[in-house]
Ligand binder design. Structure first.
Ligand SMILES: Cc1ncc(COP(=O)(O)O)c(C=O)c1O
Length: 362
């Protein structure tokens, strides 16, 4: 079946582009001599994790315990949960998962480390752990250098956790205005982490992993000597934001929403894809997705089920009933909105797959 024969709105993944993206990022990691541990919050699908690992990835990253459980049930057994886990129900689930998988966690406080250690020690277990370091995002993370060193000093003594290394996510790169700025953030991301690792090592503590990662900075931070692991996620599909942040070209975007034109007026068109399909995330250009092959169309407003599309220039226009392809702004948010995606190769449908970890926010 041709993809334009699908009912709409439909979430479509171009399998060939995705495979190419997987191999290209693996090449970045291999060339730099670092491990790739992709963040799978982007695709939320064990099958795609397996493709990433078959290409050479050493394990995966997730944001949530629920995602880790789905990935493990789907046969993935080396998982970093890059989120500080809190509360008795999560401790219980973490320890259950740790009996089945090589699971590691990240955190930035003595309290979270202590809670995990207490729960693990009571079961005679030990949980691998990264200390998260802030290199500029201002989210989770100790201050780099002394802040991280001081926390590591405290938690290496805890019996139920094993300190493996340090990690960061330079998410502030999404505010950068130029490729040069992104290159600089990537370089600092790597260099500050390596310096922090050296400071911790000066205490005689082993730091096995120096883990960094975002899609725009990966190719720059990977090449800083002393970095051991990168964790980009969005690269698997890319999206409008990634193009505008110089991480890829339009031809690298594997994820599209197929939509239908349902109304046409002199100044605007309406598509059957709103915020429940495309997410409400705007791109740096203030628009809500990019209409492929129609540079004169701008998605400037979303309601829940409608996209209002401004006619912003001369050129051919689709008619009511025509199908259009939209490159979303934020691939990860879109995956979380859909039950399944349709895979296509050379525009032909090759399968439909459940997005098994969608909605796993706990
Ligand atoms: C901790 C962590 N690592 C890695 C990533 C992947 O970054 P990107 O979305 O730029 O691929 C994220 C993204 O949110 C993250 O939060």
């Amino acid at each position: 079946m041709h993809k334009f024969d699908l009912d709409t709105p439909a979430l479509v993944i171009d399998w060939d582009i995705m495979q190419r993206n997987i191999c290209a990022m693996q090449q970045v990691a291999d060339d730099a001599g670092v491990k790739l541990r992709p963040h799978t919050k982007t695709h939320k699908t064990p099958l795609i994790s397996h493709l990433q690992m078959r290409a050479g990835a050493k394990g995966i990253t997730v944001a949530k315990l629920g995602e880790a459980e789905v990935m493990n049930a789907g046969g993935v057994d080396d998982i970093l949960i890059a989120f500080p886990l809190q509360g008795a129900p999560k401790m219980e689930r973490l320890l259950y998962l740790a009996e089945r998988a090589n699971v590691r966690v990240s955190l930035d406080s003595r309290q979270v480390a202590q809670d995990i250690s207490d729960a693990a020690h009571a079961r005679g277990a030990k949980i691998g752990m990264y200390v998260e370091v802030d290199v500029g995002l201002g989210r989770v993370g100790t201050m780099h250098h002394e802040g991280a060193r001081d926390l590591v000093r405290e938690i290496v003594e805890l019996p139920g956790v094993e300190f493996l290394g340090i990690m960061t996510h330079a998410g502030h790169t999404y505010k950068a205005k130029s490729l040069e700025e992104i290159r600089q953030i990537g370089k600092e991301e790597g260099e500050w982490m390596v310096e922090t690792a050296e400071l911790i090592r000066a205490d005689g503590i082993e730091v096995r992993e120096v883990s960094v990662g975002s899609t725009p900075t990966a190719r720059f931070s990977a090449n800083v000597k002393g970095v051991t692991e990168i964790r980009p996620g969005t690269y698997v599909f890319y999206d409008t934001t990634q193009v505008l942040k110089y991480a890829c070209s339009w031809d690298d975007c594997a994820q599209t929403i197929l939509a239908t034109v349902v109304a046409k007026h002199p100044d605007r068109l309406i598509f059957d894809a709103g915020s429940k399909t495309l997410s409400s995330d705007a791109a740096p250009n203030g628009l809500f997705g990019t209409v492929k092959n129609f540079p004169n169309l701008e998605i400037w407003r979303l309601n829940e089920e409608h996209a209002t599309v401004r006619i912003a220039g001369e050129g051919p226009l689709p008619n009511i009933g025509d199908k259009v392809e939209i490159i979303p702004n934020h691939a990860c948010a879109v995956m979380n909105l859909h039950d399944s995606f349709v895979a296509v190769s050379q525009d032909q449908v090759i399968g439909e797959f459940e997005i098994q970890a969608r909605g796993k926010i706990r």
